[in-house]
Ligand binder design. Structure first.
Ligand code: COA
Length: 126
């Protein structure tokens, strides 16, 4: 993680993380991450957001993401948009994003296939 963060910094990538810490145990209950690319300072790109299973159901996902947005708005007035992607089956993350005011754009379809299978005889090609 530290190496990945250092590499991102060396490329001018701004990386912010908000974490929710359970006071009684010191455990990180949930977190969210947003990156801002140097060549696109008007856009924020959320990366991972997660809440540990035992801490779910308290609105922590919405809380850390809302805190992140307030932080960005306060410190980066040039930031105009936040753009993120979520798996269509991930109803919980989609709900949290909608609660925060994000809107869905037309769906993007990602397809995946092993190269070996694509190259093997008998595989239909487009
Ligand atoms: C998305 C996520 C952060 C939401 O967690 P949260 O902030 O605790 O969610 P909420 O407090 O809004 O939960 C509302 C309800 O949904 C339930 N819920 C939330 N996430 C759930 C999940 N992954 N599976 C089943 N139920 C879930 C809660 O238990 C709660 O139920 P209740 O109303 O009966 O008490 C969490 O599901 C998660 O960490 N998912 C895995 C990581 C992930 O997919 N990240 C996004 C990658 S793009």
């Amino acid at each position: 993680m530290r190496a990945a963060e250092a590499e991102a910094r060396s490329q001018g990538l701004e990386q912010r993380i908000v974490a929710a810490v359970h006071q009684a145990t010191g455990e990180v209950a949930g977190f969210t991450e947003v990156c801002v690319h140097p060549r696109r300072p008007g856009w924020g790109y959320p990366r991972d957001t997660a809440v540990l299973t035992g801490h779910r159901g308290h609105g922590l996902g919405r809380c850390v993401k809302a805190h992140m947005i307030r932080w960005l708005v306060a410190e980066r007035p040039g930031l105009r948009r936040i753009s993120t992607t979520t798996g269509a089956e991930n109803t919980h993350m989609i709900r949290v994003n909608r609660e925060l005011g994000l809107r869905s754009l037309p769906a993007m379809i990602a397809v995946r296939q092993d190269l070996d299978a694509l190259l093997s005889p008998g595989t239909r090609r487009a």
